[in-house]
Design a protein around this ligand. Structure first.
Ligand SMILES: NC(=O)C1=CN([C@@H]2O[C@H](COP(=O)(O)OP(=O)(O)OC[C@H]3O[C@@H](n4cnc5c(N)ncnc54)[C@H](O)[C@@H]3O)[C@@H](O)[C@H]2O)C=CC1
Ligand SMILES: O=C(O)[C@@H]1CCC=N1
Length: 275
């Protein structure tokens, strides 16, 4: 179902990516509003995308509105206290992309029966190539589920979870994942410069290698392992390089995802003060 009134709370990177996606999908500018305390942030988005800048917290919302929470996890309790009143209409859907904040906490702080969907997008959403995991509480109707899916599909692929506790692992993998891939790109580029390539060539080759490999893997029915074997000649250059990666990469990936998932759980815990 295509939503008639979409309100963004927060005017940062994620709000921007989602608004751009919705406008690309043909949602009219007057159907989208953005609220943030900083008028500079919200007015910049309003101007760029032809949407409405909402200066104050809405006290009531038209039926079938969707409110998308895209401010920081730490601010959610204060924001929910201000917006609670506007949720008197049972038709309003609350879609939160805040890392770590589970839907039971949002329901407890909003209204126990509120329709709440939790999503975890990632920054490739900026170019319509995002990966978003979604979880819907039982109070969400089939039409509202479709609406949430429509909104997040505007910026890439969506994956529904039936177990919300997996959201911490998803956040560690695909939510934070773009940063890992970018760090990998930086490391490849620096290492290639040490091997004598100029920086521009090193950057371009590293980027096209990651991009091309991801496209190849996405187009193939073979597993990453099988595709990797196609590159690896016995006794060749790849085997020599892979032997070094294999020493550290898997335990490092396990530690990195465990640390990120642990931080996701901590962000959701009001008693832990994460800056
Ligand atoms: N950046 C990322 O890769 C991802 C971020 N997220 C989640 O998206 C949310 C937003 O993240 P970003 O866009 O990266 O942050 P950001 O820092 O770019 O944007 C946060 C926005 O919230 C606004 N804001 C501050 N206080 C507010 C309040 N009281 N009421 C309304 N708006 C307020 C700020 O003006 C700012 O526009 C976070 O909850 C984060 O966990 C989820 C997935 C990926
Ligand atoms: O770093 C963070 O907390 C957010 C959530 C996932 C990606 N960025």
């Amino acid at each position: 179902m295509i939503p008639q009134n979409i309100v963004f709370i927060g005017a940062g990177n994620m709000a921007r990516a989602l608004i751009a996606g919705l406008r690309r999908q043909g949602i009219a500018g007057e159907q989208i509003q953005v609220h943030a305390p900083s008028s500079a942030h919200r007015d910049a988005l309003a101007e760029e995308f032809g949407i409405r800048s909402l200066a104050a917290t809405a006290q009531s919302l038209p039926a079938n509105s969707v409110v998308i929470y895209a401010a920081k996890p730490k601010q959610i309790s204060a924001v929910l206290a201000l917006w609670r009143q506007a949720f008197a209409d049972a038709g309003v859907l609350f879609l939160s992309v805040a890392a770590g904040i589970d839907s039971a906490r949002i329901a407890a702080e909003l209204n126990p029966g509120s329709a709440i969907v939790r999503g975890m997008p990632n920054t490739p959403a900026q170019v319509g190539a995002g990966a978003t995991a979604l979880y819907a509480r039982d109070s969400v109707s089939a039409a509202q589920r479709q609406t949430a899916g429509f909104i997040m599909s505007a910026v890439g692929e969506i994956y529904w979870l039936s177990d919300e506790s997996l959201m911490d692992a998803v956040t560690a993998l695909s939510g934070s994942g773009p940063a890992y891939v970018l760090l990998f790109l930086e490391a490849l580029e620096d290492a290639a410069v040490l091997q004598g390539l100029d920086r521009a060539t090193a950057r371009a080759l590293a980027l096209q290698t990651v991009l091309g490999t991801a496209q190849m893997a996405a187009a193939s029915t073979l597993s990453p392992t099988a595709l990797r074997h196609q590159v690896t000649s016995p006794g060749g250059t790849t085997a020599a390089g892979l032997a070094v990666w294999e020493e550290h990469l898997r335990p490092l990936a396990q530690r990195a995802l465990a640390a990120a998932a642990e931080r996701s759980r901590a962000l959701g815990s009001p008693e832990k003060d994460i800056p």
